[in-house]
Design a protein around this ligand. Structure first.
Ligand code: AGP
Length: 586
């Protein structure tokens, strides 16, 4: 899952492309590169982060170019494997996001034809295939259609041709590709954020489409070569949404944005809400599917729909969804949850479910994302773009929306009003930051961390552990408190910090006894509750709120704890190693 961008216009392309891939870095950041149309195709690429790039833009002056930021899937992090990849005669350069599943067999046939490969990547076959077909037909459209027919897997790629210096072409299958229409300039990119400061007029390429872009002209065809007319969408996001403002990191900014994002996630279309409730009520089976943090929101939904709406449902990891597909049919409803709306496992799960006739309801943050466009009904989080790789504000917005749907299904308007008041408690939590910074400093050298909770607190224990793992690289495990005695208790000793989620609700005393069991084995207990207790070595105070609503509030101290431990350990919190914001490969 890489980030790609192309520019064609009157301005100097290099600074625009560099800035664009900087904005796309959350999709992958182990190496980068760009290619510019000059007398010949000018190329520069390097391992490491763009922000550390030492590039003399004059070296690569031009009006048309493509660029890439990489998240390695095939081939290590080397200059050779960085994109753009170039054809043997150096006349065609390409950048690619996705995975070419049949690249080895293609590579063998190209090697037999005498093509020379310079990388271990799957992507490089695209440059050589375009070269093979272009030299046969001398027709770029034909070469493009022949190439997309040949490759299997998921891809979005851009290409420039020395023979056609006024054109950029692109193709999309399962990986996102959008076009930005500016004044006398056109952008082609993995997402809107990379060019939002230039234009908010966007054309979303659908699956199995190619784009042929010349200055002032844009033509789109399907993979059969038939021309397709597309509408222009004005996107709601602005350039200021993608700035860090006064914060040191996007992650911290997005944690603090929860003061407004929880409220804005409640602004939902009542007609859609009614349609959602009706679909759920009529469904014979309800499956929730998602990945990572969004799956933790799905686990909370399972508890809340059961408790508040008296609706039974199953929450299935998107990567495991194919294992239960035989239970999905036209009477089933799938609720898919995804911040990016581009997570390949989730798209794959709903693709299978749609083929079985199921209805797809989704909760997404990115409008016009693939999941949004593939759904029968989509709810938006309204929390603005989330740049930090670790999901924070999108999670609490997902939870708030899930509670709103649960209360709506139960016609519980008191519950909805309680949701509206939640904001007051966000400030309470954010004020605890200094206290949490002290705790972070105390435990920053730990090698292992446990998070425990019962009932609706269990998914939050999972989320707390995930945040700590992905931000600080400390091994952390979230678990249902009742499971400790069945094995994990063996790992507990005097060096083990354990975060105990224990607000004053019907799980309070059972969880307290679990904390005492661990304390008896020397564990350091960090209590997260509205009630202090001597069992806690350290304590993070929560406000006293409606029992069922605690997940939305109690996760924030865990986000702040993970953030500060990561900072103390010198980690790059916005770009954790080996991760990417949107996982567009299976
Ligand atoms: C969470 O902090 C991670 N970035 C990751 O687990 C993420 O939640 C997962 O990849 C799902 O992403 P999505 O919500 O965009 O589908």
């Amino acid at each position: 899952m890489c980030g790609i961008i192309g520019y064609i216009g009157d301005k100097d392309a290099t600074p625009i492309l560099l800035n664009g891939i900087k904005k796309l870095e959350y999709r992958g950041y182990d190496s980068w590169g760009l290619a510019i149309i000059q007398d010949e195709i000018g190329l520069v690429k390097s391992t490491g982060k763009i922000s550390e790039a030492k590039l003399d833009p004059l070296e690569l002056e031009g009006r048309i170019g493509i660029a890439h930021t990489r998240w390695a899937t095939h081939g290590g992090v080397t200059n050779e494997n960085a994109h753009p990849h170039i054809s043997c005669r150096k006349e065609i350069a390409i950048v690619h996001n996705g995975i070419i599943e049949n690249y080895q067999e293609i590579k063998e046939s190209l090697l037999d034809e005498g093509h020379c490969f310079t990388s271990q990547t799957d992507s490089e076959v695209i440059a050589h295939l375009l070269e093979r077909y272009y030299h046969k037909s001398k027709d770029i459209k034909e070469a493009l259609l022949a190439t997309v027919k040949k490759i299997k897997g998921n891809f979005a790629f851009l290409a420039i041709f020395q023979d056609e210096p006024n054109m950029i072409v692109g193709a999309r299958k399962d990986s996102p590709l959008v076009l930005g229409l500016g004044k006398d300039e056109i952008f082609l990119a993995s997402d809107v954020l990379s060019f939002i400061e230039h234009t908010d007029k966007v054309v979303f390429l659908d699956n199995l489409e190619i784009a042929m872009v010349k200055k002032g002209s844009l033509r789109i065809f399907d993979f059969k070569g038939k021309e397709v007319q597309k509408g222009i969408t004005q996107v709601a996001w602005e350039a200021s949404d993608v700035s860090k403002k006064e914060f040191a990191h996007y992650t911290l900014k997005e944690i603090y944005e929860q003061y407004s994002s929880i409220k804005s996630s409640l602004y939902q279309d009542p007609v859609k809400l009614r349609e959602f409730c009706k679909s759920i009520k009529e469904a014979k089976k309800l499956f929730i599917t998602a990945s990572g943090t969004s799956f933790h929101a799905g686990l909370v939904a399972r508890y809340i729909f059961s408790k508040i709406s008296k609706v039974y449902c199953e929450a299935i990891l998107a990567s495991e969804f194919s294992q239960i597909i035989e239970w999905v049919d036209k009477d089933a409803v799938i609720m898919a949850i995804s911040q990016s709306g581009e997570t390949a496992d989730v798209l794959n799960a709903i693709k299978g479910a749609k083929e079985k006739g199921a209805k797809i309801l989704s909760i997404v943050n990115v409008m016009n994302s693939t999941l949004d466009r593939e759904s029968d009904l989509a709810f938006y989080l309204n929390c603005g773009p989330e740049i930090g790789v670790a999901a924070t504000k999108s999670f609490t917005a997902q939870l708030t929306l899930i509670y709103l749907l649960a209360f709506a299904m139960a016609n519980d308007f008191i519950g909805v009003n309680k949701l509206r008041k939640l904001n007051d408690y966000v400030e309470f939590i954010l004020k605890e930051e200094d206290k949490i910074i002290e705790i972070a400093d105390k435990y920053k050298v730990s090698n292992d961390f446990y998070f425990i909770g019962r009932s609706i607190h269990y998914p939050i224990a999972l989320e707390g552990a995930l945040k700590l793992k992905e931000l600080s690289y400390i091994h952390a495990e979230g678990m249902a408190a009742g499971e400790l005695k069945h094995g994990t208790l063996a790992l507990i000793d005097s060096k083990t910090p354990v975060v105990v989620l224990n607000p004053e609700d019907n799980t309070y005393y059972e969880t307290l006894s679990n904390a005492l069991e661990m304390k008896a084995r020397g564990a350091k207990i960090i209590g997260v509750s509205n009630l202090i207790n001597e069992v806690y070595d350290d304590f993070i105070l929560l406000p006293k709120i409606e029992d069922s609503l605690y997940p939305i509030i109690e996760v924030m101290p865990l986000q702040i704890l993970a953030y500060h431990i990561a900072i103390d350990r010198g980690a790059d919190v916005d770009r954790p190693r080996n991760l990417a914001k949107s996982v567009t490969v299976k």
